[in-house]
Design a protein around this ligand. Structure first.
Ligand code: AMP
Length: 283
């Protein structure tokens, strides 16, 4: 495995791999790697001849009140985990490498990027799509892997790839959870043990709503209220949103007649957690 910090080295390595006829798989991350990230890497390893992981805490997707400075940065142990996962190349650029002086071009997706996280965190998706567009241009992958944990991000990236005809396939990967249901996240380390316990209500609420959906309930308001009341009863949360929306466009719906997704964002203590579950019958 190689660890490189510049765009040029990354391009050189990938050009070489392509010359050898290898399929390129790319997993973009912000580091602090955990089982969620490593599941994406594993999937890439199974499907591709050359696996690239980027580790970059992208400043342009953080808002002024977000935790950019405190975001965990653990390059050494990340590199070790990648080595064990048989990654071929880590691209870990500096902010200056990605955003040199004078940088001023942005990729902005409308539609699904405008609601939910997009409405609450102005500029977040503009930063995420812009950095992904750059990373895709640098790594030129055949397949790129995104977690359903960040369902809206996955939707927005898929739309960008489709709308801009980027020549790659976005592969969605199911959310990886702790044994007790908590969705694995780099932010979970901020939870005290009391908060962590309280946070379990999120995955319990998703599971309960799915069970009621599976038993035939299709009214969005009824399903939403189940999740809201469970969360409100458990702790003193700040619910940013609990919404059931169309799975593809993320637009609001009243009744579930095609694939939908329940998305939630809740602040527990000072830690903001997001989670979701797809609501559709398996066909
Ligand atoms: P991040 O480093 O938080 O930007 O995440 C990088 C990628 O890992 C994104 O595609 C995330 O959706 C994905 N990811 C993060 N946590 C999980 C998880 N628990 N399960 C599956 N994918 C995840």
């Amino acid at each position: 495995m190689k660890l490189v910090h510049t765009i040029k080295e990354t391009r050189d390595e990938i050009t070489q791999a392509r010359r050898e006829g290898k399929i390129i798989g790319f997993v973009p991350t912000m580091g602090a790697l955990h089982e969620g990230h490593l599941t994406l890497v594993k999937r890439a390893r199974e499907e591709c001849g050359f696996v690239v992981v980027s580790i970059f805490v992208n400043p342009t997707q953080f808002g002024p009140s977000d935790d950019l400075d405190n975001y965990p940065r653990t390059l050494e142990s990340d590199a070790h985990k990648c080595e064990q996962a048989v990654v071929d190349l880590i691209f870990a650029p500096s902010p200056a490498e990605m955003y040199p002086r004078g940088f001023d071009t942005w990729v902005e997706v409308n539609g699904p990027a405008e609601m939910l996280e997009g409405a609450l965190r102005p500029g977040h998706f503009r930063g995420a799509t812009s950095v992904c567009a750059k990373l895709f241009n640098i790594t030129n992958p055949d397949f790129t892997y995104f977690g359903k944990k960040d369902y809206q991000q996955l939707t927005v990236i898929r739309k960008m790839v489709r709308d801009l005809n980027l020549p790659m396939t976005v592969v969605p990967v199911d959310t990886v959870r702790e044994r007790d249901g908590l969705a694995i996240s780099s932010r979970n380390v901020y939870l005290s043990s009391v908060e962590r316990n309280a946070a379990l209500v999120l995955s319990r609420a998703l599971k309960d709503v799915k069970a009621v959906f599976d038993s035939g309930e299709r009214r969005v308001l009824t399903l939403k209220r189940i999740a809201e009341s469970m969360i409100a009863a458990e702790l003193m949360p700040r619910i940013d949103y609990v919404e059931i929306v169309d799975a593809e466009t993320l637009t609001p719906i009243d009744e579930i007649e095609r694939p939908a997704v329940l998305l939630l964002a809740v602040k527990i203590g000072s830690t903001r957690l997001i989670d979701n579950i797809e609501l559709w019958r398996e066909i």
